[in-house]
Structures are given as C-alpha cells and as structure tokens.
Write a protein that binds this ligand. Structure first.
Ligand SMILES: O=C(O)[C@H](O)[C@@H](O)[C@H](O)[C@H](O)COP(=O)(O)O
Length: 250
C-alpha cells in the first residue's frame, strides 16, 4: 500500500529566498511541530538527516526564538540513515549534527538513538537489526516529523536510484552495500518505515537539486528512478526549498 492509497495529502511546496532562510524557517517550524506533538502525546519523535541542510537546521534550531518552550528531554531523536562508520567519525550524519549543536539543545542522551557503527557491531546487517530492535522498543507508530535531504540523483535517506536496498520489505531498516555515493556501506530506514510519519519534510537547496526536485514532484514518477518521489507524511508532506532547488517547478 502506498502513502497515496492511505489518502496522504498531496505535497506542499514552500520556496525560500536562500539556503539560510530555508534552514531558519524550517527550524522555527520544527519548534512548533515539536510543541504540538508534546501537547498531544507528551513526547515528540523526530528523524534527523545528514547533508549540509540536515546540520544547518540544527544550527538554526540552537538560536531560534521559542526553542525554550520545547521540553527537549521529551524529544526522541532518530536518523533516517547513517553511514556505517565508527561513532564520532567526521563523515557520520550524527557527528555532523552533533557539531552543528545537537548536544546543546538539552536532549536526554538516552533518547538520542544513533545507528550502531563498526565500533559496536560487525556488519551493516547487524547494525540494521540492532536499530530495528531499538525502533521496535522506543519508536512511535508514526514519527512526528521526518526530515529528509535529497541528493542530486534523487536519493533519499540511503535509498538510491536503481539500488536493491529499495526493495527491502517487512522490515524498518536495511543494510546498504555498494552505495553509489561514498562511503559504500550504510544503514537506512526502508520505504515502509519512512512512510510511518505524520509530517515528512524534504529540505533541499541548490541548483544541482532542481531536476531531482522537479522529477520527485512530477505525478507518476517511479520511486525506483527517483526515491525522493515516494515518502509521504500521513498528515503533511512539505518540500521546503530555496529558489534554486525549486527552479524546475512550474
Ligand atoms: O548520507 C549522505 O550521503 C548524505 O547524508 C546525503 O544523503 C544528503 O543528506 C543529501 O545528499 C542532501 O545533502 P544536502 O543537504 O547537502 O543537499
């Protein structure tokens, strides 16, 4: 069953004048979304991402007005994908988020769920299994906010065009080998788990992303070709773009 079959709303597009204003506006939006989620269920669950914007939103978050209204100790943090590298490696998504100021938000470290690396488990498969177990134990049926970056090739999380990892079903996580973008070994949420989010936000900036954005939003695009075309939030899907990334949209 696809998100569309479940009646998920059509994606909404918001275009910002530049990358910084996009990150700042997304951070402000995230504060409100976390507050709303905490108001409903006590705890908010957010899925973070790597890439430049994935860290820029954290940097903006550390300075955004109203952030102190969020009870950060009741925010549970996940990652949509991770590079299979040891904890603290500069190329890990979580390290980049840490360096952007994640730890200064006042989160409860026991609720920050990092994907195990080769310093903890032997293989990407073991890491994917361990992460799936953590998700089963602590993950909400639906994440409150799922944040995704998009590659120029249209990849999302570590699900790449024409890559077998896209085919994983019946599991929330998948080990990825031979990623076309280095490093070759990664762990990713599957399409099925990416579909379990109330709000899904794509954060995309730069002219090199314009074709991927246009393709992802074109009706009928096959996710095998453009993985970013697939994830939909059950309540909202937002494409938060800068002008350059939105240049291919009519
Ligand atoms: O694991 C990776 O290789 C990156 O995390 C990658 O998936 C990134 O999120 C996108 O390419 C968007 O990156 P930007 O935000 O820099 O455009």
């Amino acid at each position: 069953m696809t998100a569309d079959d479940r009646g998920a709303p059509e994606p909404a597009v918001v275009i910002h004048p530049g990358k910084q204003s996009l990150a700042d506006a997304a951070a402000a939006r995230l504060v409100v979304a976390l507050l709303d989620a905490q108001g409903v269920s006590g705890e908010a669950q957010v899925v973070l991402t790597g890439g430049s914007l994935g860290s820029e939103i954290i940097r903006s978050l550390t300075g955004v007005l109203g952030r102190s209204a969020v009870d950060w100790r009741r925010v549970r943090v996940w990652w949509g994908d991770e590079r299979f590298l040891p904890r603290g490696h500069a190329d890990r998504n979580d390290t980049q988020n840490d360096e952007a100021g994640l730890s200064s938000l006042g989160l409860d470290a026991t609720k920050v769920h990092r994907v195990p690396g080769p310093d903890e488990v032997d293989t990407p498969e073991a890491s994917a299994d361990a992460y799936a177990e953590t998700l089963a134990r602590h993950g909400a049926a639906a994440f409150d906010v799922l944040i995704l970056g998009v590659g120029p090739d249209g990849h999302v999380a570590s699900l790449f065009p024409h890559h077998d990892a896209q085919r994983a079903t019946g599991t929330p996580t998948v080990a990825v080998h031979h990623s076309p973008k280095p490093p070759p070994e990664r762990v990713s949420l599957t399409f099925e788990r990416l579909a379990q989010a109330r709000e899904t936000w794509f954060l995309v900036a730069g002219e090199d992303k314009a074709d991927a954005v246009a393709a992802a939003l074109r009706p009928g695009t096959d996710r095998w070709d453009v993985p970013a075309s697939a994830p939909r939030g059950t309540e909202a899907t937002r494409w938060l773009l800068d002008t350059a990334a939105g240049a291919g949209l009519s």
